[in-house]
Structures are given as structure tokens and as C-alpha cells.
Design a protein around this ligand. Structure first.
Ligand SMILES: NC(=O)c1ccc[n+]([C@@H]2O[C@H](COP(=O)([O-])OP(=O)(O)OC[C@H]3O[C@@H](n4cnc5c(N)ncnc54)[C@H](OP(=O)(O)O)[C@@H]3O)[C@@H](O)[C@H]2O)c1
Length: 338
């Protein structure tokens, strides 16, 4: 099969070939029809973090057709349209190739109203806020899968609201029942973010003090939860400026800390956005077990996508755009069979 190979730690991406993996117990072989690009792809290439075995395949959002099922798989059959996240550090499960493996526990069938391109946007973008907000550590909110709507009357702030992970955070916050879902984002994204469930959109380019004042006037009470999908100096300043005593900030970057002296009264938590680690297994299975019906009913919608030309050959230019901050509100996707 054809694959985009990262040849060595901090090396170059090169188009090449590799063996098609065999699905073992509980695993599926997926013919990859669409693969999403994510910031982690260029970060791994640049920093050499997370991966020791090279050449490596990256790509953490997969959609395609089941080509083979491993022993013990009962929920899927050859020909099913499915979506799954990749595994950081395990090339066989990643999507920048024509065939990848999926773990049946964290794979969902795609209903007919959702395209492969759209379904590829789920992967790590859905896992990260879902686990960060409702998983076994970090914000530890009551999951809407178990009990929807329990946060009625409360406010949540989503910083970097148009980031693809934050778009899922907004939708999940809506399912959790938050009355005020305040997204900080570019005003151009206001219609999209409101369609997902944001109740208010505050202009991310206003001075921090103004953003903080706007959020406080909207919330009109304690803000116990903030989700920061960006973790820049600007979003962090706003986040800590609005988070109440006893509140928690869930973040997408592992380096973020609470302001000095605040550690006792306000907490911060990072989540590695993957169901493939033991503490996330149980929640991950419930999450991916919900995806088909959510998509079918429109309860959760995928990101808007931009399909890049050139199949696997289009990935490098796409990652350059992502790194340069030239992707706004959409998920870049390639079609590896092209
Ligand atoms: N922990 C994990 O496992 C994990 C998993 C996935 C992602 N991440 C991290 O989470 C971050 C977001 O990932 P993503 O895939 O969602 O990114 P993305 O969609 O590519 O992010 C681009 C979006 O972010 C917005 N943005 C950029 N800087 C902003 C700022 N200072 N304030 C507000 N909005 C800003 C842009 O909005 P405009 O349109 O206004 O420019 C754009 O729409 C990345 O840093 C990524 O590495 C972590």
C-alpha cells in the first residue's frame, strides 16, 4: 500500500510503501477513504516527540470501509463505513496510508448522512475535548452520555472557539446542558459556533480586559469551567481572568499551569486526547459507542472540511498551512486512495 512516511525523528515526509497490517483480536482493517490533518502531525515532525519507531506513519482521524475483521469482532462487518482515531506511536493505526487498523472498541459506523471526509474530522478532535471535559480525570464533568443536561443554569467558557477541538467542546457542552456557552473566537465564525450550541461569541481580538468584562457580564455568576483549545498567552490571560475560585480549566497543551499562588484554589488539567490508554478505555468505548447515533440524529455534527488535492501527496502542504495558522474553522482532509 501507499503511505506517507516520516522517515526519521525530525526527518522528512516521503511518499513510499509499507505492508498492509493484519487485524488481530478485536481489530479491523480499514480501507482509508479520508484522513484528517491535525496540529499534532507537524508537531511530531518538528519536535521528534512521542514516536521512537521510524519510518512512521501519522494521521489521527480515519474514515473508510471495513476491509477485514479480526477475531472476536461482532459489531462490524466487511463493507461497513466507519470512523476511528489513530494511535500516536503505532503506525499501523494511523491514517496517512491506504489501509489502517482500527480498535473495534473505539470505532463507529458512519450513518449515510455523513461523508467519509466529514467523518475523518472526528478522531482526535472529538476525543480530546470529550475526554478532557467528561473523562476520568481533568474536568471530570458528568458525561451527557450518562446523564444529559445536568449543567442547566451554569456557564462554560470555550477559548479558541473555532478550533476544531473547541467546536466539539461547544457541542458537548450543549449536550451537558450548560445555559451559557461562551465562545471566544473570530466574529466571522459566530453563525457556525451558534449553530453548534454557543450562546454567545466574544471577539477573540478584543483587548483581554474587554473580553473578560464581556464574559463576566454574560455569565452573571460563577464560571466553574473553562476549556482552552488554544493555550496561547491571550487565551490563558482571559481564562484565568474569568475562572472563579474552585473552578477548573481543561487545556489542550501539557505545559499549562495555574498562576502562581492559585494552585490550591483553581485547578488546571491536560488530557492526552486518545482513548487508547488504559485510563481512557471505558470512557472511550462509551464515547465511540455513541457516535453513530449522534451523527445520524445531528446531535453532534462533524467539522466543516476542506479536501486537499493530491491524496497523500497533499498532506505536507496542508501541514504547512496548519502550522502557519492559515486554517480557520475547518478541518483539512485528504483522500489516500487518490
Ligand atoms: N491534547 C491533545 O491530545 C490534543 C489533541 C488535539 C489538538 N491539540 C492541540 O489543540 C490545539 C487546537 O487543535 P485544533 O486541531 O482544534 O486546531 P485548529 O482547528 O487547526 O486551530 C485553528 C483555529 O484556531 C483558532 N485560533 C488560533 N489562535 C487563536 C487564538 N489565539 N484565540 C482564539 N482562537 C484561535 C483559529 O481561529 P481564527 O479563525 O480566529 O484564526 C482557527 O480557527 C492545537 O494546539 C493542538 O496541538 C491537543
Amino acid at each position: 500500500q501507499r503511505a506517507l512516511l516520516l522517515q526519521a525523528k525530525q526527518g522528512a515526509f516521503v511518499l513510499g510503501t509499507r505492508a498492509i497490517p493484519k487485524p488481530g483480536q478485536g481489530r479491523l482493517l480499514i480501507k482509508v477513504e479520508a484522513a484528517s490533518l491535525n496540529p499534532i502531525d507537524w508537531r511530531i515532525q518538528e519536535t521528534g516527540l512521542f514516536i521512537e519507531d521510524y519510518p512512521a506513519v501519522l494521521g489521527y482521524g480515519t474514515a473508510g470501509v471495513v476491509a477485514e475483521v479480526g477475531e472476536g469482532v461482532t459489531k462490524f462487518a466487511v463493507g461497513d463505513r466507519v470512523a476511528a482515531p489513530g494511535i500516536v506511536g503505532n503506525s499501523d493505526y494511523c491514517s496517512f496510508q491506504q489501509y489502517s487498523l482500527g480498535d473495534a472498541r473505539f470505532t463507529a459506523k458512519i450513518p449515510s448522512n455523513v461523508s467519509f471526509d466529514e467523518a475523518a474530522s472526528l478522531g482526535v478532535s472529538l476525543d480530546t475535548p470529550a475526554i478532557g471535559l467528561f473523562g476520568p480525570h481533568n474536568a471530570k464533568l458528568t458525561s451527557p452520555i450518562d446523564k444529559p443536561g445536568v449543567y442547566k443554569g451554569q456557564s462554560i467558557v470555550i477559548l479558541g472557539g473555532s478550533a476544531t477541538i473547541s467546536q466539539f467542546a461547544i457541542q458537548l457542552s450543549r449536550l451537558a446542558g450548560f445555559s451559557n456557552i461562551i465562545a471566544v473566537a473570530s466574529p466571522v465564525h459566530e453563525p457556525l459556533l451558534k449553530s453548534l450550541g454557543a450562546t454567545h461569541v466574544v471577539d477573540r481580538r478584543s483587548p483581554s480586559a474587554d473580553i473578560i468584562a464581556s464574559i463576566k457580564s454574560i455569565a452573571d455568576s460563577d464560571i466553574k469551567v473553562v476549556y482552552d483549545g488554544i493555550c496561547g498567552d491571550d487565551t490563558q490571560a482571559v481564562g484565568w481572568g474569568v475562572l472563579s475560585q474552585g473552578g477548573h480549566m481543561a487545556v489542550s497543551k501539557g505545559t499549562i499551569k495555574a498562576p502562581e499562588g492559585d494552585e490550591e484554589t483553581r485547578t488546571v488539567g491536560f488530557t492526552f486526547g486518545s482513548p487508547h490508554i488504559p485510563p481512557h478505555y471505558e470512557f472511550g468505548e462509551k464515547l465511540w459507542g455513541s457516535v453513530h447515533d449522534w451523527l445520524q440524529n445531528g446531535t453532534i455534527v462533524p467539522n466543516k472540511v476542506e479536501v486537499l488535492p493530491g491524496g497523500l501527496g497533499g498532506i505536507v502542504a496542508g501541514l504547512e498551512r496548519l502550522e502557519a495558522g492559515k486554517v480557520s474553522g475547518v478541518k483539512l482532509v485528504v483522500r489516500p486512495q487518490e
